[in-house]
Design a protein around this ligand. Structure first.
Ligand code: F6P
Length: 327
């Protein structure tokens, strides 16, 4: 157990996600409740290196719980991966007297925190903030629920026009290494198939099943592809489909960064608020270098080094369910 802290910093790092603001608000207000001084660090680790660090007050986080993005801004910072960068960052934290950090981000951000905290005696608490939901040690990541609901809303709209024209739509959703948005949105919109990085894509099977649908005159079809699927994304899949099934009226839609923005869902606001509060409690209790998550509706603490190594596994039974229900 470490010494108690009296000044803490909070930052958001990596790809932003809806609910980060709610998490910042919870960290700041819980910190103030415990009479801590709270500092906002701008643009993730970049702000630590450039000394872009500002005191936060209760009013600094007013009217943000409902806003997407992050008031602290976010960045991916290569310099922080060099010892020189981390040294500068440490010196700036020392200058402000900051003794503990809350890092809201994905596994890249936690890798940075892990390195930093093994070199310098500053406890870091990670909060899983990513739309990709690709982190072990938590059932929820801040932003996933909003992102997947944005995808569902978009796919429902696409289905209307697909239905009007009897078309096949191949829709690409985000997920460089993770198929969660694709899987969840695909099941929730009744997609015919979902292609994800966690399962090998058998393009032949896909063609055979589309041929079967053509024979059965089922002409309205939706395929959801995660951008990180090893076959190469929606455009690549469409190329093969157009060549092999020229009679199918095929269109591609790439949803892109629309999935990263927008007002966070109620679920993301709740998860962010609970985790932000828990991060400060963790620092108060002297916890060191853990990610706080929620498992089975209870707070769950995973050492940062395990959190960066492990990935949340996708239960392949979901793919079976999707295929049965889409027949
Ligand atoms: O936030 C994670 C993620 O959404 C990935 O799924 C995606 O590949 C990546 O961000 C893209 O982020 P950026 O455009 O910021 O590099």
């Amino acid at each position: 157990m470490q010494k108690q802290v009296s000044k803490i910093g909070v930052l958001t790092s990596g790809g932003d996600s809806p609910g980060m603001n709610a998490a910042i608000r919870a960290v700041v207000r819980t910190g103030l409740y415990y009479n801590l001084e709270v500092f906002g660090i701008m643009r993730g680790y970049m702000g630590m290196i450039d000394d872009d660090i500002v005191p936060m007050h209760s009013r600094s986080v007013a009217n943000i719980i409902q806003r997407g993005g992050t008031i602290l801004k976010s960045a991916r910072c290569k310099e922080f991966y060099e010892p020189e960068g981390r040294k500068k960052a440490y010196e700036n934290l020392r200058k402000h007297g900051i003794e503990g950090l809350v890092v809201i981000g994905g596994d890249g951000s936690f890798r940075g925190a892990q390195k930093f905290s093994t070199e310098y005696d500053i406890p870091c608490i990670g909060l899983p903030g990513t739309i990709d939901k690709d982190m072990a040690g938590t059932d929820f990541t801040i932003g996933f629920d909003t992102a997947v609901n944005t995808a569902v809303e978009a796919i429902d709209k696409i289905r209307d026009t697909a239905d009007a024209h009897d078309r096949l739509f191949i829709i690409e959703v985000m997920g460089r290494d993770s198929g969660y948005i694709a899987l969840h949105s695909g099941i929730a919109t009744g997609a015919e198939n979902v292609l994800i990085p966690e399962a090998k894509t058998n393009i032949e099977d896909l063609i055979v099943s589309l041929e079967d649908k053509q024979r059965r005159k089922k002409l309205v079809n939706i395929i959801v592809v995660a951008e990180g699927d090893e076959f190469g994304g929606a455009e690549e899949v469409a190329k093969v489909v157009r060549t092999r099934l020229p009679d199918m009226d095929t269109r591609v839609c790439i949803l892109g960064h629309i999935q990263r923005g927008g007002s966070p869902s109620c679920m993301d606001r709740l998860v962010a608020s609970r985790l932000g509060y828990a991060a400060v409690e963790s620092l108060q209790e002297g916890r060191h270098n853990v990610m706080v998550g929620i498992v089975n509706n209870k707070l769950h603490y995973t050492p940062l080094d395990s959190a960066v190594k492990a990935k949340q596994k996708i239960d392949k039974e979901w793919l079976k369910i999707l295929k049965i229900l889409a027949s």
